[in-house]
Design a protein around this ligand. Structure first.
Ligand SMILES: [Zn+2]
Length: 165
């Protein structure tokens, strides 16, 4: 990762950017300096805050770009789409940088199959389950202007659970 990456300010509710549907990214623009730098900055921002994921609207850009934090590093996903999902859903605790100090239980598909363009513009298909599937669904919701609090049942005001994104 570039040492020049910057930590970006995160926007929080009730900023209207968080409620807007984000636009698809033109595949040929993925290699642009602007988007490559944005990816590095978003990844650095996510890691600095020990987040499990981050979506572009959270740093004020309504474009379809999310980054998921995995044990192997940040996975950049442009135009992510869920193409298959399990009928089985499960509850889990969520939080969000854009909704400070609130945690709640959200029901999500247990397993998903997701298609996206990676940071080189290559089309990738992955299967995810458990926390990874949850984080991807949470971040894609951001791209559609949906926040976890729109779906959550309050669990407790105690901090904990599977991390914020
Ligand atoms: Zn979030």
């Amino acid at each position: 990762m570039s040492s020049k990456a910057k930590i970006l300010p995160i926007i929080t509710i009730p900023n209207p950017i968080l409620k807007k549907k984000s636009a698809e990214v033109e595949p040929k623009k993925i290699s642009s300096k602007e988007l490559q730098e944005l990816c590095l900055n978003m990844e650095k921002t996510m890691k600095d805050k020990k987040g499990v994921g981050i979506a572009a609207p959270q740093i004020g850009k309504n474009i379809r770009l999310i980054i998921i934090n995995t044990k192997d590093g940040g996975v950049v996903m442009f135009n992510p789409k869920i193409i298959r999902k399990s009928l089985t859903k499960e509850w889990g605790e969520e939080g969000c940088f854009s909704v400070p100090d609130v945690f709640g239980q959200v029901k999500r598909h247990k397993k998903i199959e997701c298609e996206y363009l990676d940071k080189t513009g290559k089309k990738i298909k992955i299967k995810a389950e458990g926390l990874m599937a949850r984080v991807i669904q949470h971040e894609i919701d951001h791209l559609d202007g949906i926040l976890f609090i729109d779906k959550a049942v309050p669990s407790s005001k105690i901090r904990g659970g599977q991390g914020r994104s």
